[in-house]
Design a protein around this ligand. Structure first.
Ligand code: DGT
Ligand code: CA
Ligand code: CA
Ligand code: ZN
Length: 582
């Protein structure tokens, strides 16, 4: 048994004790649970070495708690816990995770309505059965309903940026297991969706059993949800589910194709196979019982008369037809980026100096970086006014003379006022290399007003780039209500570039909008929105994947060009002002 599960026992005990109005003890068990979770060593190991006594060395764990832990570690159970559980067989962890539902509420809900699970709770709340209960009422019923939507949204899908490094670490550990020839990440992670439901792993090995056993034992795994003869599902300590399938090498391509999905893409592929009198499944592409392909994805696509389709495109959005006709785009690769056009420094709300950012960009292989600190009306960031911007331009001139191998472009992230005007005067804007404009206030304007406001801002002859065009923050803020088609059309008419902001919780433009913009013949830029040198990796880590999902090739992305060509692709009038200055 691992530390998180031991802690769970103690949390449950704390809740049960609280239901019984036992004083002090519930807090003590809560604290002990925390201590168990944050203990670096597995308690099982401590116990093996020194018995219950060794467990007492953990702060907050006394003799009786240590004995309970020892009991759980040797028998897998705890008598006290069992007694409570029989009396109240409810999903304590899930129910108390609902905001506003504590142990006492769980007891009332169970005693009066027999509620055991979050699903029971949701059904009862929707049916209006909770409001008449003692200590509840209509308002708390409403609150529970609201909290349930958050719980469901929060546990359902996690951001790719959170999931990816974790699953890569798990995959790496698995790859080092004896007998494992190869490991691949499939599912929505391989397709680089913005959010991930669960992770899907494939391992190539001759014998499944030892691989699955090793998988269940890796440190990130908190519990095993289920096992078959070649499959194993686990939950990581973070709550993420990971499904592993062990396959033989000759089916690897077929399994990878199948479990990469998307489901919709697979359905169309299978229909194509049937038309060719073939059968496609996770074991291979078969004619009768003979396997005609299956070792690699490439050979399967080839036998179906299709060019290889990159995972990011496998959403049944026209990619199969394009592959049949040889019209798939050559998708942009991380190494294609030469510049970053949105970065903030310690002149406003960034952590690092202009020089540090420039040097880090050079180390990362970039050729140019625009410094785009916030402007004056974003007061909490210490935003620049015209005077500060002029001062910063002089500092950048100085650094450009000093540094080799990187060109620093002057710029700003200029705030769009409520009426669509900008908070910096045109003359100052004309002197900057790169003017980004961005909305940071009045997020809730009606659609027509918001669209008009943004269109007015990008119609300013100096506005080169519209930063984070829809303003969404994944899991936190909905995009502002705008008509994206009108914005793309106005951007095109005025020669304004739309940005793909690669900050992991923004990823704004989203993939469909990238495809729309480039479909309209508009290039985009991919920027980091870096607030420290560490963030400069965002375009390559996250932005490129999003651009690929939007069918972008290097040609569609303006900051794949050398600096002079890049500047030449920005709006004409501002550019001529700039070249006069240079
Ligand atoms: P997620 O986990 O919601 O982020 O999205 P996926 O795409 O990873 O979905 P998941 O984990 O349910 O399944 C992984 C892949 O397995 C999926 O993309 C396609 C394949 N798959 C799963 N169930 C089915 C099915 O019923 N039919 C077909 N054709 N493929 C399936
Ligand atoms: Ca999945
Ligand atoms: Ca899955
Ligand atoms: Zn911004």
């Amino acid at each position: 048994m691992r530390n998180p599960e031991l802690a769970r026992f103690f949390r449950d005990l704390a809740a049960y004790l609280e239901m019984d109005d036992v004083p002090f003890k519930p807090r003590a068990y809560e604290k002990a649970a925390l201590a168990i979770e944050s203990c670096d060593r597995p308690l099982a190991e401590l116990h093996l070495e020194g018995g219950a006594k060794a467990l007492c060395t953990i702060p907050g764990i006394g003799k009786s708690m240590a004995e309970k832990l020892a009991e759980i570690l040797t028998t897998g159970k705890c008598q006290a816990h069992e007694v409570y559980r029989r009396r109240m067989p409810v999903d304590l962890a899930a129910l108390t995770a609902v905001e506003g539902v504590g142990p006492k509420a769980v007891k009332v809900l169970y005693d009066h309505l027999g509620i055991r699970t979050v699903e029971d709770l949701a059904a009862a709340a929707r049916a209006g059965k909770i409001r008449p209960l003692p200590h509840f009422g209509e308002r708390s019923e409403q609150r529970i309903l609201k909290a349930l939507t958050v719980v469901q949204a929060g546990t359902a899908r996690q951001p790719l940026a959170v999931v990816l490094p974790l699953v890569e670490a798990v995959a790496e550990t698995l790859a080092s297991v004896r007998g494992v020839e190869r490991v691949a990440i499939a599912g929505s992670i391989r397709r680089r969706r913005e959010t991930i439901g669960d992770a899907d792993l494939l391992a190539v090995a001759r014998k499944a059993e030892p691989v699955m056993r090793a998988f269940a034992g890796i440190p990130e795994v908190a519990s095993v949800l289920g096992r078959g003869s070649t499959t194993c599902s686990v939950k990581l300590a973070t709550g993420l589910q990971v499904d592993l399938r062990v396959v033989p090498a000759e089916s690897f391509g077929a399994a990878l194709l199948y479990f990469t999905g998307s489901k919709a893409h697979n359905v169309v592929l299978r229909q194509l196979a049937i038309k060719r009198k073939l059968k496609l499944n996770e074991y291979g592409l078969l004619r009768g019982t003979r396997r005609v392909a299956g070792r690699t994805e490439e050979e399967i696509y080839d036998h179906l008369g299709l060019a290889y389709i990159p995972p990011e495109l496998r959403e049944d959005q026209g990619e199969i037809e394009a592959a049949r006709q040889g019209r798939l785009p050559v998708l942009i690769e991380p190494g294609a980026l030469r510049g970053d056009l949105q970065t903030q420094t310690n002149w406003t709300d960034g952590a690092d100096s202009i020089e540090a950012m420039a040097v880090a960009a050079r180390t990362a292989g970039l050729e140019y970086i625009a410094i785009t600190d916030h402007t004056v009306s974003l007061a909490m960031t210490g935003g620049s006014d015209a005077t500060k911007l002029r001062k910063q331009m002089r500092e950048i001139d100085r650094l450009n003379r000093k540094l080799d191998g990187i060109r620093i472009l002057t710029g700003a992230e200029v705030n769009v006022n409520k009426d669509g005007t900008l908070d910096i005067d045109d003359e100052t804007l004309a002197a900057l290399d790169v003017v980004g404009v961005a909305v940071h206030s009045h997020f809730n304007l009606p659609r027509a007003d918001q669209t008009r406001r943004i269109c007015r801002a990008i119609s300013n002859p100096h506005a080169d780039i519209l930063f984070h065009p829809t303003g969404r923050v994944i899991g936190k803020r909905e995009p502002y209500d705008v008509d994206i088609d009108t914005i793309i059309a106005t951007a095109k008419a005025t020669g304004t570039i739309l940005e793909l902001d690669a900050y992991p919780d923004r990823l704004d433009l989203r993939a469909e909008h990238v495809r729309k913009a480039i479909g309209a013949g508009m290039p985009i830029v991919i920027d980091s929105d870096a607030h420290s040198v560490k963030h400069l990796s965002f375009p390559r880590l996250h932005g490129i994947a999003q651009a690929r999902r939007g069918w972008a090739s290097a040609d569609d992305v303006l900051n794949t060009r050398p600096v002079e060509t890049f500047l030449g692709g920005l709006k004409g009038r501002a550019r001529s002002a700039r070249s006069r200055r240079a």
